[in-house]
Design a protein around this ligand. Structure first.
Ligand code: NAD
Length: 502
């Protein structure tokens, strides 16, 4: 399909949004914000408005929590097998509308179609995976000693809030919402204000597939009002949040008075460490993929390239050459690899690091400037000659921007890798097994890949250390967050009960 064909099809998918705007969705109904206010979401391709979006606030959150609380009474007691059947239907319905989801996501976020078409399918896979665990989610253990049998089980914690960011918003929403629903929780979702469109598709698709009204509710709006109201609401038991580290700390403070359980997936400044014994071609391909795919707007992007000094110049030259060949273009062009960044505000932040790099004394080996005259396009960039104390090595830039730092020994590689506030993921390239063992034993990161780019395995734990997060998703870890574990103790014999005052 050509770009022209895709643009025409995208317009048909956008028609509904253009006509009605992006409404909130509460208790099965699409509704405007109580205040009647709306804001515009723009396309980063040309900054043209895509749709008006309901600007929700505390009153909308109140209504959504009331709907989620009512629905919880039934959904939490719906047998796991029935929840499974409904959630599988949701997965099938997502697959049936995968193209629509992908096209809308491309225009709203600027992410390239080649990646977004897979993200929609991955959203369906998230529903399938967690649906399959719904029937056994409440199971626990029997723990016996000579006098007691303790039986544990899990029950859904209650209505929960889910707050998501603007990078790959559909996939990330399903990643949080699917396990919550499978566990028997009901949800109020607040998507990012920069990319609200596909969250509305998700709730519509889910209800058409049979999800009862009120089980999943949507409140659009800004973090400081709708988001804040959600985190402060006494009716919600937990907040699952994906976004920036400093927003995570705000949410923790906002949720403290109501003792919210929180789960945080936050920022990263992830190293890809290449030793001179590695398969260099594969290592370079993976490093290039992990920073320049998804516009570099990816929490697990390999944004720091740590290369052994013996091969530093060779690796940097090859990465720079690959980066300069990457096709920048319209997100709906099937050949595009890098599309526009999400929003002019974010583009400004990313571009500011080019001046920072120069003033810190690093070299811009390739890129380092805007691409084109319209839209938020930034050229894939490589900084070389960087040291770990520079801002370009410490701060999450969240764009197609890679900072290369040389090292000489294993100890030095480890010190640089761990010497950042973040600890989400790390990528290690070596053919020396002992070195891989020592490095992975000592790297401070929640997820590590040896001789590989990030390949997600849904049963494995996902999450970060330090400023990259609290808690783990995936497998059974998601259920631990969305469920309370309870213990019931039975006596195994007529033991002596202490008699006081008798
Ligand atoms: P952000 O923190 O600015 O916003 C995320 C969400 O939080 C949005 O919906 C926003 O409206 C809301 N929000 C903002 N202030 C709030 C407040 N005071 N109370 C409640 N909600 C509030 O993040 P972003 O810029 O949208 O996304 C990019 C960030 O997300 C990056 O740091 C990236 O690394 C991170 N991220 C992490 C993961 C992960 O799994 N670790 C995955 C994707 C993105």
């Amino acid at each position: 399909m050509s770009l022209q064909d895709n643009l025409a099809r995208a317009e048909t998918y956008l028609a509904g949004f253009r006509r009605t705007g992006v409404l909130n969705h509460i208790g099965g109904d699409s509704v405007p914000a109580v205040s009647g206010e709306a804001f515009e979401t723009i396309s980063p391709v040309d900054l043209a408005p895509l749709a008006h979006v309901a600007k929700g606030g505390a009153e909308d959150v109140d209504r959504a929590v009331a709907a989620a609380t009512e629905a919880f009474k039934t959904w939490s007691r719906t047998p796991g097998k029935e929840r499974r059947a409904i959630l599988i239907k949701v997965a099938e319905a997502i697959e049936a509308r995968a193209e629509e989801i992908a096209f809308v996501e491309c225009l709203d976020t600027g992410q390239a179609l080649r990646f977004m078409s897979k993200a929609a399918i991955r959203g369906a896979a998230n529903f399938r995976f967690f649906a399959d665990q719904a029937p056994t989610a409440e199971d626990g253990a029997a723990l016996r000693n000579p006098t007691q049998m303790n039986v544990t089980s899990r029950r859904p914690i209650g209505p929960v809030g889910v707050i998501t960011p603007w990078n790959t918003p559909f996939m990330l929403s399903t990643w949080k919402i699917a396990p919550a629903l499978a566990a028997g929780c009901t949800v109020v979702h607040k998507p990012a204000e920069f990319s609200p469109l596909t969250a509305k598709l998700l709730v519509e698709i889910a209800e058409e597939a049979g999800l009862p009204p009120g089980v999943l509710n949507l409140v659009n709006g800004f973090g400081e009002d709708a988001g804040k109201a959600l985190t402060e609401h006494p009716g919600l038991k937990a907040i699952a949040f994906v976004g920036e580290s400093r927003t995570g700390s705000m949410i923790m403070a906002q949720g403290a008075p109501t003792l919210k359980r929180v789960h945080f997936e936050l920022g990263g400044k992830n190293p890809v460490i290449i030793f001179d014994d590695a398969d260099l071609e594969r290592a370079i391909d993976a490093a290039v993929f992990m920073i320049y795919s998804l516009n570099g707007e990816r929490c697990t992007s390999s944004s720091r390239l740590l290369v052994q000094d013996t091969i530093y110049d060779e690796v940097c030259a090859k990465v720079a050459a690959a980066a300069s060949r990457i096709k920048i273009g319209h997100p709906l062009d099937p050949d595009t690899v890098v599309g526009p960044l999400i929003h002019p505000e974010h583009e400004k932040k990313v571009l500011s690091y080019f001046d920072t790099a120069r003033s810190e004394g690093a070299t811009i080996a390739t890129g380092g400037e805007k691409a084109g005259d319209t839209g938020c396009y930034v050229k894939p960039t490589l900084f070389t000659g960087a040291t770990n104390d520079m801002a370009i090595a410490q701060e999450e830039i969240f764009g197609p921007v890679l900072t290369a730092i040389p090292f000489s020994t294993d100890e030095e590689a480890l010190e640089i890798a761990n010497g950042v506030p973040y600890g989400l993921s790390a990528y290690l390239w070596t053919n020396d097994l002992n070195r891989a063992m020592w490095m992975t034993d000592n790297l401070d990161a929640g997820m590590m890949w040896v001789n590989s780019e990030n390949i997600r395995h849904l049963p494995s734990p996902f999450g970060g250390t330090k400023a990259s997060g609290i808690g783990r998703d995936g497998g059974d870890w998601s259920f631990d967050f969305y469920m309370e574990t309870v213990n019931v103790s039975f006596p195994r014999q007529m033991h002596r009960v202490p008699k006081l005052g008798g």
